[in-house]
Write a protein that binds this ligand. Sequence first.
Ligand code: OAD
Length: 250
Amino acid sequence: MTDHLHPEPDPLVIDQVRVWLAAAARLVVTTGAGISAESGIPTFRGPGGLWRRFRAEDLATPEAFRRDPRLVWEWYDWRRGLIAQAAPNAGHLALVEMEQGRDSFQLITQNVDGLHQRAGSQRVIEVHGNIWRVRCIDCGTESLNLETPLPQLPPRCPCGGMLRPGVVWFGEDLPRTALETAWSAAEQGDLMLVVGTSSLVYPAAALPDIARRHGARIVEINPDPTPLSDRADLSLRGSAAQILPRLLSP
Ligand code: OAD
């Protein structure tokens, strides 16, 4: 939940984005932690953000995991617990509706919470992985594990190896296929909505620039300005759960 009060965006600006949405043959949406904020999942950098309370280098790097896998897993298991209790909000649901009936649509999320899929979005690329996936550091097998709290930390693979969370950590490459698909969607889109991300973490933060260079319009939806704001065609200041439903056809 955003801690600020924001003026409602001008209805004329909302109408303009509706017109762009209706005209867009290829719609691309990128999302970050802000879209899940109103589901009660903390963001990383804002007020109450995880990186204000925890050090990324202790919890979200391959070195941290090598040093103290149990500590890293305790943190991820805590986050899995928060996510398990959360439900998709009106912002996630509006994106499901935007996808329906569109031939060309791609949702690209930096979130690992799986809330877009739980809401019903089909064409989702998770560029930072998924917190419900686990991967064996020995045999490389990846699987889904929905249990939380986990009975044993760190959890083990049937091969005996240690499992790690199936997410991307600082200093790691993004999953290649996911990134390539995201890149090509950005190149082909004619409208991109950038929702609830601080636009600070690369390469995901480069996607709007790729889209823009290939002729797409960029619309940012975020209560606060970001480094992207100056390059966006329009910025709608407000929360995702308030604004996204208003962009659907009346
Ligand atoms: P951040 O926490 O950096 O940014 C969240 C953004 O959401 C901010 O710009 C807020 O202003 C905005 N926001 C807050 N509440 C909102 C609401 N109700 N509706 C819409 N927007 C809202 O999160 P990300 O940009 O997703 O990576 O962070 C990117 C990556 O950094 C994450 O995937 C994670 C993190 O470290 C890794 O762990 C690798």
